[in-house]
Ligand binder design. Structure first.
Ligand SMILES: Cc1ncc(COP(=O)(O)O)c(C=O)c1O
Length: 415
């Protein structure tokens, strides 16, 4: 589950970690590979041609991406640099998906240099895209009118969402794509993130089939794929259960079985583009206790704050915290970082092993949406990233920053 540091990093000597400057991100290669294989095997059991795109926005360290490339997974990219990165890592570009939103013309120019699968967030961008070239495979992100996520900030479907094309317009959109000469078409939805209930995936698959039946099947279009997005959740809290992947795919399959043969859309593949599920529980932040303050509350101050991990301050997201010492006693703490914001406190009072200044802490489930959201706020250097390899080597995969890194692009100033 990734909440017990030593079971995630067996054989790793904590004394070796103590010698490193903190805070830093630490990932388990084995756990990432296990996550990928579990998802691929379960998906392929129900859908032999299941297509998995890893949403690399979750963690785009090139050394992590290499693991995905070796496991035969492709990627979902959300910005031109992500696609350029995928190309550099040698992912087969024709399998890579690009799902942006509110792009500039320059963004499209950069993306269309590659024959990737282009997933458009607004049909009104079609004219610009087709003036550059006819995409090899074109797909549309449809807003199905429903959304769900663990926090409001990660709900990406429904009437408040900035994403996607209103589902009522699907018929017009696909007709226009055909008129413009699109040859291969797919359909895509992404309704929200970190969902732990298999029923949700039943519901969204039903919903996309409703939309297809009403608007697309009458056009007699052969769809290459139906992409139901990412959103597979991981338990962040100890009391939460892992997502039942078997039940999830069984649900999705039941919809395909009951509905596909009645539609006029050929034999589309199932595609998904999870990020969090594949990397979140494979990573921790290792931080150091800096000071314990007895104020109106007891604060445990550490050197990882909202500039290291933004999610607690941004969404009040819960991350499990473990004190890596041998203490038998426990104490209650509010765990906070060193940033000058009162939101730089982890939500909820925690019952932790009694901690001393200098003790190491593990912040769990930090493998997704962790480093990629880190910042220089308060002029804190961004942390290093390490990979605990299958061969039990501790490899630095991003060096710790130094102050000069923060001012590299400032003209007429040298640190
Ligand atoms: C379009 C799209 N696809 C996939 C993902 C990955 O979501 P998750 O990490 O919840 O699987 C996101 C996340 O924001 C997204 O915006």
């Amino acid at each position: 589950m990734g909440r017990d540091f030593l079971s995630l990093f067996p054989d790793l000597d904590i004394e070796d970690l103590r010698k490193l400057p903190s805070p830093f991100y630490l990932y388990s290669e084995q756990k990432i590979r296990n996550n990928i294989q579990h998802l691929l095997q379960t998906g392929k059991k129900y859908f032999p041609d299941f297509h998995l795109h890893y949403a690399l926005k979750a963690n785009g360290n090139p050394h992590i991406l290499k693991i995905f490339q070796q496991e035969g997974v492709s990627v979902d990219c959300s910005a031109p640099v992500e696609l350029e990165l995928a190309h550099r890592i040698d992912f087969p570009i024709e399998d890579c998906l690009y799902t942006g939103n509110y792009e500039s013309q320059e963004d499209f120019q950069r993306v269309l240099q590659y024959d990737c699968i282009l997933n458009l967030d607004d049909a009104r961008r079609m004219a610009e895209v087709f003036s550059i070239k006819i995409p090899e495979v074109l797909s549309f992100r449809i807003n199905p009118g429903i959304g769900r996520g663990a926090h409001e900030g990660i709900v990406t479907g429904g009437e408040k969402a900035k994403f996607g094309i209103p589902h009522e317009l699907s018929g017009e959109v696909y007709s226009e794509a055909l008129e413009r000469g699109a040859k291969k078409l797919g359909i895509h939805i992404m309704t929200g993130s970190n969902v732990l209930e298999p029923e949700h995936f039943l519901q969204i698959t039903e919903r996309i089939f409703d939309i297809i039946e009403e608007h697309i099947s009458p056009l007699n279009i052969q769809l290459e794929f139906i992409n139901i997005g990412g959103g597979l959740g991981v338990p962040y809290r100890p009391e939460e259960k892992t997502l039942d992947l078997e039940a999830t795919f069984r649900n999705i399959k039941s919809v395909f079985d009951s509905r596909l043969s009645k539609l006029n859309i050929g034999q589309p593949k199932l595609a998904m583009e999870p990020g969090r599920y594949l990397v979140a529980d494979a990573g921790c932040i290792v931080a150091r206790v800096q000071h314990i303050k007895e104020s109106y509350r007891r604060f445990l101050g550490m050197d990882a704050g909202m500039s290291t991990l933004l999610r607690p301050a941004m969404y009040q997201a819960y991350h499990h915290i473990e004190v890596l010492n041998q203490a038998k006693d426990e104490e209650n703490y509010y765990v906070c970082g060193q940033i000058c914001e009162n939101s730089d406190v982890f939500p909820e009072e925690r019952r932790l092993k009694k901690a001393q200044v200098g003790d190491l802490l593990a912040i769990h489930n930090a493998g997704a949406y962790g480093f990629c959201m880190a910042s220089h706020y308060n002029h804190r250097e961004r942390p290093a990233e390490y990979l605990w390899t299958q061969n039990k080597e501790l490899n630095v995969i991003r060096k710790p920053e130094v102050p000069a890194d923060m001012f590299r692009n400032v003209p007429d100033f040298q640190w």
